[in-house]
Design a protein around this ligand. Structure first.
Ligand SMILES: *[C@@H]1O[C@H](CO)[C@@H](O)[C@H](O)[C@H]1NC(C)=O
Ligand SMILES: *[C@@H]1O[C@H](CO)[C@@H](O)[C@H](O)[C@H]1NC(C)=O
Length: 292
């Protein structure tokens, strides 16, 4: 009796703590930005719903410069054709910077496509697409944006799938002076998302859910009260303070990560703007880097 009673109490306390810690995490870092009635909270999980009325989206309460942002997502199961779930960082304004993960749904059994893009000073057009090496609708997987003064790295379960390298030495602008928010949303994009827009969303399979857990932001926070230059100064390492993401070892991928990236590109990449000669007869300058 005593044992089962304490086991019961232990279980109860454990559940309460887990629930508190995790849901505090979302509330601590994020807030819904639209369609509050399309948010569902189940213990440590957050669910965003897409139906024929609306999708839903959330955003970080703060803006950041540099560091690492990770969420775990389980994408829409079954027939997800026409749906897009996005996870991205973005600054504001016409000359904004943006680092995008977009998960394009597909018909049952066909592979999800992950599209990434990088906007610098308001200009994007840097799409890459890959089909993942697992079914992202079956389990949670982690999606990470790592950002420092040298590179922006997109990672899936810690495997780098894309690097946008600082090439200021070649005269190219690099996103390093605008604070960025963290965003995620689900919406209907059946005009373009699945097989180029040929496959439409089948609303008889709605509602569609993207499920989230384990929100982590380890980055330099930028108070809105500070001017952009002051935030840039605050978030740069100096003699007095050194941010972990500015360690020399993180200025480029290590050898193991380089091999992982090569493996991803060789086996899973289905589109690379750098290789799209119809679109870019002269390859964009930063693409030279992708070719070795
Ligand atoms: C949305 O779907 C429901 C259920 O299928 C249907 O009753 C409703 O009319 C639809 N609403 C719109 C705006 O299409
Ligand atoms: C969906 O599946 C088709 C057929 O396998 C594939 O060509 C396509 O790249 C997949 N992804 C999207 C977003 O259409």
């Amino acid at each position: 009796m005593a044992i089962s009673m304490s086991a019961f109490v232990g279980l109860f306390v454990g559940l309460v703590l887990v629930g508190l810690v995790s849901s505090a995490k979302f509330d601590e870092l994020f807030q819904p930005s639209w369609a509050l009635d399309h948010f569902g909270y189940e213990g440590e999980l957050l669910k965003l719903k897409l139906d024929n009325y609306s999708g839903a989206g959330f955003q970080s309460k703060s803006k950041y410069m540099f560091g690492k942002v990770t969420v775990q997502i389980k994408l829409v199961e079954g027939d997800s054709a026409g749906t897009v779930t996005a996870f991205y960082m973005s600054s504001d304004g016409p000359n904004h910077n943006e680092f995008d993960f977009e998960f394009l749904g597909n018909t049952t059994g066909e592979p999800y496509t992950v599209q990434t893009n990088v906007y610098v000073n308001g200009v994007g057009n840097r799409e890459q697409r890959l089909n993942l090496w697992f079914d992202p609708a079956k389990d949670f997987h982690s999606y990470t944006i790592f950002w420092n003064q040298r590179q922006v790295v997109f990672m899936v379960d810690e495997t780098p799938i894309r690097v946008h390298t600082n090439m200021e030495n070649k005269g190219l602008p690099f996103p390093k002076d605008q604070a960025m928010g963290v965003y995620s949303s689900i919406w209907n994009a059946d005009d373009w998302a699945t097989q180029g827009g040929l496959v439409k969303t089948d609303w008889s399979h709605a509602p569609f859910f993207a499920t989230y857990r384990n929100f982590e932001i380890d980055a330099c926070e930028c108070p809105v009260s500070l001017a952009a230059v002051d935030n840039a100064k605050k978030c740069s390492s100096s003699a007095e303070k050194r941010y972990w993401w500015d360690e020399p070892t993180l200025s480029e991928l290590n050898l193991h990560q380089s091999h992982q990236l090569m493996w991803v590109r060789a086996n899973h990449m289905v589109y690379d703007y750098c290789a799209d000669t119809a679109r870019f007869p002269v390859a964009p300058v930063e693409c030279v880097h992708h070719r070795h």
